[in-house]
Design a protein around this ligand. Structure first.
Ligand code: PMP
Length: 450
């Protein structure tokens, strides 16, 4: 569809937004949200006729792009038949979504507790772990993001939690591996992996293994920097959990449903958690949906004792119909393999080429359609291009990079000193290459600060 410019309509949308919409994670008067007129596939456009290639997949969730006709049609069909029905009933869209998800989750994670998104999935996974073990504490990683509700914020490591973290709340944080900025003075991935596991063991020993209900980890930490863990790390965590009777919760809200070129990132490492959270890609975000995939062992805990928690819209039929259609589209169109192939053949090599030519690129890392460029002032010292948690003037170099990308029709994902390359998993090779060329040009602006 060709964008039809209509600046007047755009101005009205913007004026109502500025007057009445309270935006998340924002100082209300310091933001200038783009008025979006439409979206299709990997693109969206504004009311002035500017068209953007979306290298952010919204908030890393439109895994099959915008407005996929089969998913839109499935939502319309479900709306005509049964828009909603309470969670205590068996409803076709809900049971079919659960069946399709359970078929794809690793191991025996085949009971699906539905939520409205990712944060509440994390809340419920941790509640299940505490009730299952009868233990109070949860261990989580510093470099992580698990959501914006209270318990999810408490286990989050991203500094955006600082303002709303309610204190200890039974949460103990530890350092997960990150070779580029090692906390363990490691010089190799193997050292990083071994030392990170040793650190986790020591943390557990000093906390008291019998007090720890769960370890929660993003399989591949996303918002915190797409840090693909070293080989062996997650298997090591699995073994530690087994030895101490600790529940392993893998958060796949961002990394699930094709993002890493596997249905779930856990498949990259052959690790099966006890609980796995998902949201976003489950239905490409067309209707809010998330959930927890529950192992047989934990489901057993609640077989004859009620699970004390739920949500009015749990397994909402419209959201579940969208999930059924999305999963079927992904399977029929080979979206997961497409993401793996383009990641290995196009994105990885081209980003490494950019790193060779742009002094502002400190490191390239990722897999599938899940990549990060770490931008630095100095490649030797690895000083970030902007300070940790920078805002305003201090964040200007990243703002300049972002503006340069947008001028070239590329909508980048930017967080702190990083840009993430996270386009829809079904992006065409031609669009992908066009976006990477725009990224190349925008990095020359970042280079000015390096
Ligand atoms: N966990 C992870 C790993 C996430 O990336 C996110 C969202 N970015 C969440 C949880 C929270 O999901 P939601 O915003 O849907 O509540």
């Amino acid at each position: 569809m060709t964008p039809q410019p209509n600046p007047q309509a755009g101005a009205a949308v913007k004026a109502a937004d500025r007057a009445h919409v309270f935006h998340s994670w924002s100082a209300q008067e310091l933001i200038d949200p783009l008025a979006v007129a439409g979206a299709e596939g990997s693109h969206f456009w504004d009311y002035d006729g500017n068209r953007y290639l979306d290298f952010s997949s919204g908030l890393v969730y439109t895994n099959i792009g915008y407005q996929h006709p089969k998913v839109v049609e499935a939502i319309q069909r479900q709306a005509a038949r049964m828009t909603t029905f309470a969670p205590a009933f068996a409803v076709e869209a809900r049971s079919e979504a659960a069946r399709l998800i359970a078929e794809r989750t690793p191991g025996d994670l085949d009971r699906i507790f539905f939520t409205n998104g990712g944060a509440d999935a994390v809340e419920h996974a941790l509640r299940m772990a505490r009730l299952h073990t009868g233990r109070p504490k949860v261990l989580s990683a510093y470099r992580s993001y698990h959501g914006g509700t209270q318990q999810a914020v408490n286990v989050t490591g991203d500094p955006r939690r600082w303002a709303s973290d309610s204190g200890n709340a039974g949460v103990v944080r530890f350092w997960a591996p990150f070779p580029y900025r090692s906390r363990f003075y490691a010089e190799t991935e193997e050292q990083e992996c071994a030392r990170a596991l040793e650190h986790l063991e020591t943390t557990i020993a000093f906390e008291g293994p019998g007090t720890i209900a769960a370890i929660v980890l993003e399989t591949v930490p996303g918002t915190a920097g797409i840090m693909v863990p070293p080989r062996g790390y997650l298997a090591g965590v699995r073994e530690i959990c087994d030895r101490h009777g600790i529940v392993l919760v893998l958060d796949e809200v961002m990394s699930g449903f094709g993002r890493t070129g596997e249905w779930f990132a856990a498949d990259l490492f052959g690790v099966v958690p006890d609980l796995m959270t998902f949201a976003k890609g489950v239905n490409s975000g067309y209707v809010p949906l998330g959930g927890v995939a529950v192992s047989g062992r934990i489901a057993e805990t609640f077989a004859r004792r009620p699970y004390p928690g739920g949500l009015t819209y749990s397994g909402h039929p419209l959201a579940c119909a969208a999930a059924v259609a999305t999963i079927n589209v992904m399977a029929e169109e080979g979206v997961v393999d497409h993401a793996a192939d383009l990641g290995a053949r196009v994105v990885g090599p081209r980003l490494r080429d950019l790193a060779g030519r742009h002094p502002s690129v400190g490191e390239v890392r990722g897999v599938g359609m899940f990549w990060a460029l770490e931008l630095v002032r100095n490649r030797e010292t690895r000083e970030p291009l902007v300070p940790y948690n920078a805002t305003g003037e201090a964040a200007a170099p990243m703002a300049a990079f972002t503006a340069a990308a947008k001028e070239r029709g590329l909508w980048p994902f930017v967080h702190m000193n990083r840009t993430h390359v996270v386009p829809p998993c079904n992006i065409t090779e031609a669009d992908l290459k066009e976006g990477l060329a725009a990224l190349d040009a925008a990095l020359t602006v970042a280079d000015r600060y390096a």
